[in-house]
Design a protein around this ligand. Structure first.
Ligand code: CA
Ligand code: CA
Length: 472
């Protein structure tokens, strides 16, 4: 584990050169309603196999990009020429799947992948904007069966199904809502190792051998049960899902039946209240993601991936900051192959600079706490410039002074709402939203954010009404 984390600290692309940093932003300014631009930007793979090698769509675009101007284009020449080049190939079909590039990007399918195309390009039974009324193939009996399995862990009995059959259309929908409320109280849904916990596994990445507290491992370092408890609390009842990133409180789990209760302090947690940012600053996150590193890039990239759904290693969510990376810790990240990711990742990591991971040896133990001047006090020999590392950094290209600001900006973003709803979509529908499901998916996460104010419980009532969930 230690080896994996340290090796993962620097991200460089095998291919050498990289896609133009402004590409995603200009693309989305040209096509603001494209599904790939709702709250995010297209990954480099939209136009590239691996930068600089272009896929079929990128290759079709290239000759229309400032023809006659010597290569390589500057970023500003490139950005100025891109909209016209994009429009020039709208009516073409780069991947030969029979659907034009423009229709593909409007419908959220991939213009360079012939296996990705709208199933129903000509209208027909297309999901509407309001998931409450997407009923063209919706089968309430199917949804009822599915709901009891997904939320209660049980198939409906014969008697339950018979009873459901006798209900009218409106009564059936009301029954679904009532059963959702009942089943989300079940241990199957909210208990330890239940459905909600499953969603947290890739965010928390538990390792039993270094767990402390209940069921401690042989080298007890931190207790991830606290992380599961905060995650579950933020997802359940009428709580605000954003608290998983922003809470200044902790959560204690009680058993029989499972309850999650706020706590202002826990013996297993050490970050002072002013510097807490939910699970980003839990003892488990700091011990396992910061560990022994001076500049906690892993903690930043893991938080970005886990809660905002953006994986820098897959070139997602790149917002290059001019002048970055500065390479304060002398890791060689200014090399061109690394700078493509590190111009985003390093400024994303600076706000973590005072969060201590693991400290070994005698003396006062500051592990998993906020330590003012941490780099100066513990890491001054890492490189000549390490102490110049600022605490202020950038998220989504916007400046943030502290990790708390980072967390607030992240939690309020479209990316957070998209990632949160996508988790449930995958759990309940069974896969990430497909191109055909995109309209329902977008409507669901927008309502989660704007109408439901980040209450998962309310969003689930929308999700079980989608055709993606309720059409056999
Ligand atoms: Ca096509
Ligand atoms: Ca396609």
């Amino acid at each position: 584990m230690l080896r994996r984390l340290i090796l993962g600290a620097v991200l460089c692309l095998a291919g050498g050169a990289h896609a133009k940093p402004p590409a995603g932003g200009v693309f989305c300014a040209t096509y603001p309603s494209a599904p790939t631009c709702t709250g995010q930007q297209p990954a480099c793979t939209y136009c590239h196999v691996a930068p600089p090698q272009r896929n079929a769509y990128g290759a079709q675009l290239e000759p229309h990009l400032a023809p006659g101007v010597p290569r390589p284009l500057s970023d500003s020449d490139y950005a100025a020429a891109l909209p016209a080049a994009l429009r020039a190939i709208e009516a073409l079909d780069a991947d030969g799947d029979g659907v034009t590039n423009l229709v593909e990007l409007q419908r959220g399918t991939l213009p360079a992948d012939a296996t990705s195309f709208p199933q129903d390009p000509g209208g027909g039974c297309v999901a509407g904007q309001n998931p409450q009324y997407d009923v063209c193939r919706y089968d309430a009996r199917f949804a009822y069966r599915r709901l009891l399995l997904d939320f209660c862990g049980q198939s409906p009995t014969y008697a339950q199904l018979q009873d459901f059959q006798t209900l009218g259309t409106e009564e059936r929908l009301a029954r679904l809502d009532a059963e959702l409320e009942r089943c989300t109280q079940s241990e199957f849904w909210r208990g330890k190792d239940g459905q909600v916990w499953r969603l947290a596994h890739p965010k928390i990445r538990p390792v039993g051998s270094i767990k402390s507290g209940e069921n401690a491992g042989p080298i007890p370092l931190a207790d991830y049960d606290d992380d599961y408890a905060l995650y579950a609390y933020a997802q359940l009842d009428d709580h605000d899902a954003r608290d998983v990133m922003t809470a200044k409180y902790f959560v204690r789990r009680q058993s029989d039946p499972t309850r999650y209760v706020q706590a202002t302090s826990l013996p297993s947690q050490r970050v002072d209240e002013a510097h807490r940012a939910g699970n980003l600053t839990s003892a488990w996150s700091l011990v396992t993601f910061v560990m022994f590193t001076a500049l906690p890039r892993n903690a930043a990239s893991q938080s970005y991936r886990a809660y905002l759904g953006l994986d820098i290693a897959k070139q997602e969510g790149l917002f290059s900051i001019p002048g970055e990376p500065r390479d304060y810790d002398a890791k060689g990240v200014k090399a061109e192959a690394c700078a493509a990711c590190h111009a985003t990742l390093d400024p994303l990591s600076y706000p973590f600079r005072n969060y201590q991971g693991l400290v070994l040896g005698a003396g006062s133990n500051t592990s998993a706490s906020y330590v003012t001047n941490r780099l100066e006090r513990y890491f001054s020999t890492v490189s000549p410039t390490i102490t110049q590392t600022p605490e202020a950094g950038y998220l989504f290209g916007q400046p943030v002074n502290t990790l708390r600001e980072w967390a607030e900006l992240g939690a309020n973003s479209d990316a957070f709402a998209i990632a949160a709803v996508r988790d449930y979509w995958k759990l309940l529908v069974g896969h990430a939203p497909t191109a055909e499901e995109n309209a329902e998916f977008v409507a669901t996460w927008k309502r989660f954010k704007d109408t439901h104010q980040y209450r998962v419980q309310r969003m689930l009532h929308d999700l079980i009404r989608t055709e993606a969930y309720g059409a056999p």
